[in-house]
Design a protein around this ligand. Structure first.
Ligand code: PMV
Length: 333
């Protein structure tokens, strides 16, 4: 099945109805996975090998405005700067919009405002595609249920399926070949004291996209076969930690899950490593602080920067230890 066929399966005849409004605007938060999505069972539809679980970052995300345009081409602005539509970011965005444009549908002016530190290697595509799915729904007045918005966002980027909601979110891998059972859903638990610290250790560009890195890992890593069972154990541990608010269990599980994901990449060929010397130094500092009694953990995605996990009571000491760390309280943002 192709992406446009999945879109047609969801929208049916609505696909041929022009926009109801001249413009619309929507926000979506970015999210950090505590139990990661790593590896696809279907590349075209971004269907994952396993389920995953994340936390959305409140007011850190993207606001996207779509305006119906009379121009012959789309115009895209990111934080008021024109986006070159020949770059991979520009192309992915236009390809996504094209999925929803039957013959004769208008071009758009797209204004994206993102308040995520660009260098943080934070899932900016996650909030970007989620905000686009929501704003398209508003502009065309489709009134789709959220689980279908999650499916549409997934077609842009897998992790975007989780950015439709705030709080803890689980993305169900699903079994179906058409992916109609592969969407995210919120977990109705709140944890106001939970903090995430964005620790930028390097602003260098990432060397390989998560898309290519995942695929290389799945096809060449001898350790990848251990990943699905690790995820299924970690998913139930993270859910248990959330339901009884056991922070140490949450932190241990999230850190171990991230390290295992990176271990699958290290054993891929050619080897993939998102760790820079600064990343390892920060990890060693975290492990030392933990040996000294601080309840501090981290997770790491497809980039060199770390996301620290800790409770509010330790926020001051963590800000002192890690100069420049950006401390967020996702449930209070
Ligand atoms: O959605 P993508 O293609 O950007 O992949 C995201 C992969 C990780 O961030 C490393 C893990 C995750 O679950 O978000």
């Amino acid at each position: 099945m192709k992406k446009y066929e999945a879109v047609r399966a969801i929208l049916g005849n609505k696909l041929y109805v022009p926009p109801k409004y001249a413009s619309a605007k929507a926000y979506a938060p970015t999210n950090i996975a505590l139990c990661k999505y790593w590896g696809k069972r279907n590349q075209e539809l971004n269907l994952p090998m396993t389920s995953s679980l994340s936390i959305s970052l409140g007011s850190k995300g993207a606001t996207t405005e779509l305006m119906v345009s009379t121009h012959a081409h789309d115009l895209v602005f990111l934080n008021n700067h024109p986006v070159d539509l020949t770059t991979s970011f520009g192309r992915r965005l236009i390809e996504f919009l094209d999925l929803f444009r039957a013959h004769g549908m208008p071009r758009f002016i797209v204004n994206i405002e993102s308040n995520i530190p660009i260098a943080a290697g934070l899932a900016s595509s996650a909030c970007g595609f989620a905000a686009l799915a929501i704003v398209l729904d508003q502009l065309f007045d489709w009134e789709l249920p959220e689980y279908q918005l999650s499916i549409l966002a997934r077609l842009g980027s897998g992790s975007a399926s989780r950015s439709i909601w705030q709080g803890f979110v689980e993305w169900h891998a699903g079994f179906r070949a058409d992916g109609m059972d592969s969407f995210a859903e919120p977990i109705s638990e709140s944890w106001p004291e939970l903090c995430i610290g964005l620790l930028i250790v390097s602003e260098k560009e990432k060397m390989i996209s998560s898309r290519d890195a995942m695929q290389r890992t799945v096809t060449t890593s001898p350790l990848y076969s251990a990943w699905p069972s690790k995820v299924s154990r970690d998913l139930s541990l993270v859910k248990q930690a959330i339901s009884v608010q056991d922070f140490s269990l949450l932190g241990r599980t999230a850190e171990s899950n991230a390290m295992t994901m990176h271990a699958t990449m290290l054993s891929a060929w050619p080897t993939i490593s998102y760790m820079l010397p600064e990343t390892l130094l920060a990890m060693q500092k975290i492990w030392q602080l933990r040996r000294d009694g601080l309840s501090l953990y981290f997770t790491q995605d497809a980039g060199p920067n770390l996301k620290l996990l800790f409770l509010k009571q330790d926020a001051d000491i963590i800000s002192q230890e890690f100069a420049g760390v950006d401390v967020l309280q996702p449930f209070l943002e």
